[in-house]
Design a protein around this ligand. Structure first.
Ligand SMILES: Nc1nc2c(c(=O)[nH]1)N[C@H]1C(S)=C(S)[C@@H](COP(=O)(O)OP(=O)(O)OC[C@H]3O[C@@H](n4cnc5c(=O)[nH]c(N)nc54)[C@H](O)[C@@H]3O)O[C@H]1N2
Ligand SMILES: Nc1nc2c(c(=O)[nH]1)N[C@H]1C(S)=C(S)[C@@H](COP(=O)(O)OP(=O)(O)OC[C@H]3O[C@@H](n4cnc5c(=O)[nH]c(N)nc54)[C@H](O)[C@@H]3O)O[C@H]1N2
Ligand SMILES: [Mo]
Length: 705
């Protein structure tokens, strides 16, 4: 046996943590993965999903060869074919489709299944833009938050996530860090041990809420009201940092006017909280130096979520929390990262007038329910819309179309791959070189290729290189190796990369961007917000331009701009599906289903691995005892969750962790292993800002089977 060799790794999953890892390899085999102990955020630990990542690489169900469908769509009957047959099938079908319907009849569908610069969400953009395909707007996650943030603060990375260790008061607002951002949770925990008060705002008593010093549970979708109520108290009780407001904000008087009505009593009525709790929260937040807020995506998932996030974003500028290390607000720091998305994506290749399709509305598009030109081919990689996209029974209906030529590249026969005409086997993390981007810290993280992919699996980039060759594209980017891509895709001359190059990353595995040390960093101590006015914009100077989208990974190249005018001030906007806003709908479907992330899965990844499902538990429905009693539902009963959009089955779990009126199923379960998934019931409607999803703006009914 040869000796064990360590390689630098980076977790490629769609998660803010982007852990630096160490691969242990012996005889060309991946023996184990470990968290890199040197990395200040990873700190040597990996989550329950990743700690035996080698098992995912060697899983017996990995896709090993290209396959062609032989049975009816969706029946998972395929025959093995060669790569050259697969590429011939694809290119000849595409040539026919382009001749008959034009290139826009073809569309890519990707998300962040792999977060690499080379093999990730944008890895196929240059190819599809060169082809003239429809552009896919990818606003599944975070675009509402990123757009609302950008309206207030511009493209700023905000507070340094590591500086939370110096915070004295921390609000985790709609963020279940213990499950979804565990390497930031460690930092929050460190502050808590030093005496910081940790407040969690979440209608659900999540794992994180259980660890908090104070759990505040507003009614789902009413955070905008709570934030307006807090603004009201801050102003009424003169808890404002007048100097900061005067020097570094825009629209204070208008905001005060807007907040005038949001008395604690009115706020309490909307949110279901106690007026004194609202006062107390505002007072404690304002009076504790180094007060930090961490926003999670749970906030954007109701209509009105964008406006709520704008209101929350106002808080640290009202109190001047930005002045302190450990004070401010944190969402996504990706603005600090020096990636050259124009080079990665080649938006200049998009033919003028090309239609843009939203990945959230793929169900309506495929089934002809939208005004878009019909698609005749869809290629999906790094994504699994059958379980993850909203209103997914429509997605399935669309994928069943005989005249839709569907290609899926993945590791496993996912719910989406089940409907493919051609399935392509994709390489996995340890099998390809990349830099994995992070939306949760300020490090570049390098992943080495340390083993060969199994069977005939190849990397996403290699798939696009081969497709480009078949389609006759001889542009430079389609010739670049993965290493060459990395040389081109990062702005190595940027000041944040001083002293960092690929050689450094290959040796050390990661590097903190030169944004300054978290110990002393208070990036907006003196304002300097990168907005049009240079100030924190309570009153947005761009709202009149209309709704727009800031893509979570800046992958949007401004495809969508100039929608309906936005309110120039934040406010509470009610969700669409509530007892108050849709009383008739609520007569039939009185329960609000929220569907956050599973602790033991990563979106739909791992939900096909027996051990992982065992520890996460079967698909369940958390339901309050009051709602269960009315429906004669007992612990462990099989229940059907349904509305007009669709249904799924789950096991009832009676609990006080959700309030009456709210039910909860966590995300990620596979349709083929369960009878339906939560997204069968969710809506394709955008929420108010940034074409964000409204997965949790969703009324359902539940019955015992
Ligand atoms: N274990 C694990 N980790 C993950 C993922 C995973 O699937 N599993 N997915 C990754 C991805 S893609 C993302 S985007 C992040 C997301 O990580 P988070 O931002 O933590 O997102 P969620 O888990 O969707 O929701 C967070 C919390 O919001 C709450 N919530 C729902 N509705 C409301 C509301 O109206 N108001 C308030 N205040 N709270 C509400 C939910 O109850 C939930 O506890 O996690 C990443 N990390
Ligand atoms: N109801 C509800 N729905 C939600 C959410 C919610 O909170 N509630 N959350 C939303 C959020 S935050 C997100 S980010 C989306 C995620 O939506 P998706 O990105 O569609 O979901 P994933 O399960 O992460 O799918 C990633 C797929 O990529 C594959 N993959 C991984 N690496 C590679 C690779 O290198 N090559 C190829 N070809 N494939 C690879 C994985 O095997 C997996 O099948 O879901 C959204 N959907
Ligand atoms: Mo996400």
């Amino acid at each position: 046996m040869s000796k064990i060799v360590n390689y630098a790794g980076a977790c490629p999953h769609d998660c803010p943590d982007t852990c630096a890892m160490v691969y242990e390899v012996q005889d060309k085999k991946l023996l184990s993965v470990k968290g890199n102990a040197e990395h200040p955020m990873t700190q040597g630990g990996l989550c329950v999903k990743l700690k035996d990542y080698e098992k995912r690489h060697y899983h017996p169900n990995r896709l090993l060869y290209p396959m062609r469908r032989v049975g009816k769509k969706g029946t998972r009957s395929f025959e093995r074919i060669s790569w050259s047959d697969a590429l011939d099938d694809i290119s000849s079908r595409w040539v026919d489709i382009i001749r008959e319907h034009g290139a826009q009849a073809i569309a890519p569908y990707s998300y962040a299944g792999h977060q690499g610069l080379v093999h990730g969400i944008n890895g196929g953009d240059a190819f599809f833009n060169r082809l003239g395909a429809s552009v896919m707007e990818r606003t599944m996650c975070g675009s509402g938050a990123a757009t609302a943030w950008a309206m207030t603060y511009g493209p700023s990375g905000g507070m340094d996530p590591e500086s939370f260790q110096y915070s004295k008061f921390i609000i985790l607002w709609a963020c279940n860090s213990v499950s979804t951002n565990i390497h930031h949770w460690h930092i929050v925990k460190k502050a808590q041990k030093k005496g910081a008060k940790v407040v969690v705002i979440d209608p659900y008593r999540s794992r994180t809420a259980k660890e908090a010093d104070w759990h505040i549970a507003p009614k789902a979708g009413t955070d905008g009201a709570l934030a307006m109520g807090l603004i009201h108290v801050l102003i009424e009780e003169n808890l404002i940092d007048q100097d900061f407001v005067k020097s570094h904000t825009l629209g204070y008087n208008e905001l005060s006017q807007r907040a005038k009505n949001w008395t604690p009593e009115k706020t309490a009525e909307v949110t279901g909280l106690q007026p004194d709790d609202i006062r107390g929260l505002a007072r404690q937040y304002a009076s504790t130096k180094s007060a930090a807020i961490r926003i999670g995506v749970g906030l954007e998932r109701h209509h009105g979520g964008g406006q709520a996030i704008r209101a929350v974003c106002c808080l640290p500028s009202l109190t001047g929390a930005w002045r302190e290390v450990g004070g401010g607000i944190f969402l996504f720091p990706f603005w600090e990262h020096p990636y050259l998305f124009d080079k990665i994506c080649r938006p200049d290749w998009i033919p003028k007038g090309t239609q843009v399709i939203s990945n959230l509305k793929i169900g309506d598009v495929l089934t002809g329910r939208s005004s878009k030109k019909q698609l005749h081919s869809l290629m999906c990689w790094n994504a699994n819309p059958v379980s993850q996209a909203p209103d997914s029974q429509k997605v399935i209906e669309g994928l069943m179309r005989d005249d839709l030529f569907m290609i899926v590249a993945d590791h496993f026969m996912t719910d989406t791959a089940s409907y493919a005409d051609i399935v392509l086997p994709a390489a996995m993390g340890a099998e390809m070189e990349d830099i994995i981007l992070s939306w949760g810290h300020n490090y570049l993280t390098y992943n080495s290729k340390c083993i060969e992919p199994p069977g005939e699996a190849i990397s996403n980039r290699e798939i696009f290189r081969r497709l480009a060759k078949c389609m006759g594209f001889d542009d430079d980017e389609f010739q670049w190796s993965d290493s060459e891509c990395l040389e081109h895709f990062v702005d190595w001359d940027s000041p944040v990369c001083e002293g960092i190059d690929l050689a450094y990353l290959r040796e050390h595995g990661f590097a903190r961007l030169n944004v300054g040390s978290a110990e002393v960093r208070a990036p907006h101590r003196d304002g300097n917000f990168p907005t049009p006015s240079g100030k924190c914009e309570f009153k947005s100077s761009i709202a009149d331009n209309g709704n727009f989208v800031v893509g979570t990974f800046r992958q949007m190249y401004d495809a969508f701009q100039g929608g309906e005018k936005l309110d120039n001030l934040p406010d509470f906007v009610s969700p669409r599906e509530t007892l108050i806003s849709s009383p008739e709908l609520a007569d039939d479907f009185p329960l609000n289903l929220i569907s956050p992330k599973s602790h033991g899965f990563l979106n739909s990844c791992y939900a096909n691995m027996e051990q992982k499902v065992k520890s996460q538990g079967a698909q369940s429905l958390l339901i309050n005892e009051v709602d269960a009693a009315v429906r004669k539902i007992n612990e462990g009963d099989k229940v059907k969750v349904f509305n007009k959009r669709g249904s799924y089955l789950a096991l009832a779990a009676l609990t006080e962790d959700v309030p009456a009126g709210v039910v909860l199923t966590t995300l990620g379960y596979w349709d083929q292993l369960n009878k339906g998934v939560a997204n069968h019931t969710s809506s394709q409607e955008f929420s108010d800002i940034g074409h964000a999803p409204s997965y949790s703006d969703n009324l359902v009914e539940v019955k015992r089977l």
